[in-house]
Ligand binder design. Structure first.
Ligand code: GYE
Length: 336
């Protein structure tokens, strides 16, 4: 890419992001400021119908996101068809088929894994229905199969956890990694950001255990228990791909008679109030935020896609970080 093209793309992304930002104070009608949908003669407005194929309800983050989409739909007078994918790709594909049959105006998809969505996205495109991705990416050969992705930079979130733990460990020791559901964008990208930053900046820290905790509290606890059984006191820190697995890990460490946040350092991602509280209480050390209240940004994006605006392929939110320097002051400000 030439320098001028890079700058031009950057500008598009900034403009689009500011539109996403504006939507939060919007009382309805999306970024255009128009009603959700008006007929061609400017007559009575027709309710916009949007299908939302959600991954499931695996974490507190996910439940907060679902609520944010539902609240925003209600605020804008949008008819939302909600489908809970229960962590299963087949159910998400079925839901999209049903949205296409119902001739919805647009589809929001939070894909449970990155692969396997291309055929159904083609069907949506052929039916003229724009798709906006919520929080997670898909791997497709044809990028025109979706309008944009509204979410966070997962690679950077992982990198920030590595930098925090690496410094806190004075550049040496052993880490256990509890990953999100295998094959999902946050699992792949957070792992990449974390593992690469660690290898580059802290070559004397080793990852000695690594397992799938499915982004769930119970599974995170189970995985931590197994890691403690196998590696005992060799684990100096644990990196969890989300807060819920971190909450499970805290319980497992306590039940094993150790002090989480002290005997074993912990870094997690999401920014749930429950976890920021744990950091404030000293039971965990670093929580990198992943903004969950995406409803407004998603509906702004889908409205623009319906209006045939060209959007940047990613609309990235900026995430905060909570640790010993600010967690106490920030707990009460957390909305999820
Ligand atoms: O971090 C996790 C959730 O895709 C950003 O999925 C999302 C992740 C989030 O279940 O808690």
């Amino acid at each position: 890419m030439t320098r001028s093209r890079i700058i031009a793309c950057g500008l598009v992304a900034v403009v689009a992001l500011s539109l996403v930002g504006c939507g939060s104070s919007d009382s309805g009608g999306g970024a255009t400021g128009r009603p959700a949908s008006a007929d061609s003669k400017g007559g009575a407005k027709k309710k916009l119908v949007i299908g939302f194929a959600q991954t499931g309800a695996e974490s507190g983050w996910r439940k907060a996101e679902t609520q944010s989409v539902k609240d925003e739909a209600e605020k804008r007078g949008i008819d939302l068809k909600f489908s809970d994918g229960q962590g299963k790709q087949e159910l998400q594909i079925q839901a999209i088929h049903s949205f296409i049959q119902q001739k919805v105006d647009g589809i929001i998809l939070a894909p449970v894994v990155v692969t396997g969505f291309e055929p159904v996205l083609k069907e949506a495109k052929e039916a003229g229905i724009p798709v906006v991705l919520s929080d997670r990416a898909v791997e497709v050969k044809d990028p025109s199969l979706y309008a944009t992705l509204v979410g966070s930079d997962f690679v950077d979130e992982g990198k920030r956890c590595a930098e925090y733990l690496g410094k806190k460990m004075n550049g040496k020791g052993n880490i256990a990694e509890i990953e999100g559901n295998s094959g999902s964008a946050p699992q792949i990208e957070r792992k990449k950001g974390f593992d690469e930053a660690l290898a580059k900046e802290f070559p004397n820290i080793k990852i000695i255990a690594d397992a799938d905790g499915k982004f769930e509290i119970a599974k995170g606890k189970e995985v931590m228990e197994a890691m403690l059984r196998a590696n005992g006191k060799n684990i100096n820190a644990v990196f969890c791909h989300n807060d819920d697995m971190g909450l499970g890990a805290i319980q497992a460490i306590q039940e094993a008679g150790m002090k989480p946040g002290k005997d074993i350092l912990i870094a997690t991602i999401d920014g749930e109030k429950l976890m920021v509280q744990q950091v404030a209480d000293g039971n965990s050390n670093c929580c990198v935020e992943c903004k969950a209240l995406l409803g407004s940004g998603l509906f702004d994006a889908i409205q623009q896609a319906i209006d045939k605006k060209i959007l940047p392929k990613k609309m990235i939110q900026k995430d905060d970080q909570f640790d010993e320097t600010n967690a106490k002051a920030m707990v009460e400000t957390r909305k999820y």
